[in-house]
Design a binder for this molecule. Structure first.
Ligand SMILES: [Zn+2]
Length: 229
C-alpha cells in the first residue's frame, strides 16, 4: 500500500464508522466458482469441493458485518458462502440465487441442504421434488433467460437508494441488472468505492478505485477502526 492508498483507506475507515448505511456488493472475483459459476456447478463434479472451505475474504466481510461496519450485502454469487460465513438472510440479497437454496413455487417455503430430507419429500409426475403443500421445489439459481426475483430486486433497490456508501469487491459491474444497484448509489452522488484493478462499467461515477488486494484493504480498515476505539 503506497502513501496515497494508505491515506484513502484511513479516510474510508472513518467514513464507514460514521454511517450505518453501508452496502457491500460482491461478485465472481471473490467466489471459488469464478465467472461462469452456474456452468461450473453443472459441469464440474469437483465444483462442490471448491466450496468446502470458506475463503478468507468472506470471513473478513463477516468480521466487518459483526462490527456493524457493513450493514447489507448484495451479491451476484450463487456459492452460498456469505450465508455460510454467517451473514443472515435478512441482510443478504442473492441476486442470482443460491445453489443450495430451493424454493417451493406454491407456498414460498425455502429448503436448504440442512432440511433436505429425501425420505420426507416425494417426487411429482415430472420427477420434480414436491413440497408438503403440493407445490414443486425449484432451484433459486437465476439461469440465462430466467426472470429475476421481483422481491429481491425491490429490496436491493431500496438498499441502494438508502446507502451512503457502496463498497464493491470482485465485480467488474458488467452484468445487468445486478450492476444497477451500485450504479444507483453512484448516480445519487453517494460514495461508490471499488476494490478492483480492472476497468468497470461504473468507473465514470466511482469516487475511489483501489488497485489493491481486498483482504489487505478490509484488514487495514478493521485494524484502523479497532485502534481508534
Ligand atoms: Zn410448498
Amino acid at each position: 500500500m503506497n502513501k496515497d492508498q494508505l491515506h484513502i483507506c484511513e479516510q474510508l475507515a472513518m467514513d464507514l464508522v460514521n454511517t450505518d448505511k453501508v452496502m457491500l456488493f460482491t461478485g465472481e472475483g471473490i467466489s471459488p466458482l469464478g465467472k461462469d459459476s452456474v456452468n461450473m456447478l453443472l459441469s464440474d463434479p469437483d465444483a462442490i469441493d471448491y466450496l468446502k472451505e470458506i475463503p478468507p475474504i468472506y470471513l473478513k466481510i463477516k468480521e466487518l458485518y459483526d462490527m456493524r461496519i457493513i450493514n447489507k450485502v448484495i451479491t451476484q454469487n450463487i456459492d452460498n458462502l456469505h450465508l455460510r460465513s454467517g451473514i443472515p438472510n435478512g441482510d443478504l440479497i442473492t441476486i442470482h440465487g443460491n445453489y443450495n437454496v430451493f424454493l417451493c413455487d406454491k407456498c414460498d417455503i425455502e429448503y436448504t441442504d440442512l432440511d433436505w430430507d429425501f425420505t420426507e419429500l416425494q417426487l411429482g409426475e415430472n420427477k420434480n421434488l414436491l413440497c408438503e403443500c403440493g407445490g414443486y421445489i425449484k432451484s433459486t439459481i437465476i439461469d440465462f433467460g430466467k426472470p429475476f426475483d421481483a422481491d429481491k430486486m425491490h429490496i436491493a433497490n431500496n438498499i441502494a437508494f438508502e446507502a451512503e456508501i457502496c463498497l464493491v469487491i470482485g465485480s467488474d459491474l458488467n452484468e445487468y441488472p445486478s450492476s444497477n444497484f451500485p450504479r444507483i448509489v453512484g448516480l445519487r452522488k453517494k460514495s461508490l468505492i471499488l476494490i478492483n484493478s480492472d476497468e468497470t462499467s461504473l468507473d465514470f461515477i466511482t469516487n475511489i478505485k483501489l488497485d489493491l488486494d481486498a483482504i489487505e484493504v478490509l484488514s487495514f480498515i478493521i485494524d484502523a477502526i479497532r485502534n481508534n476505539n
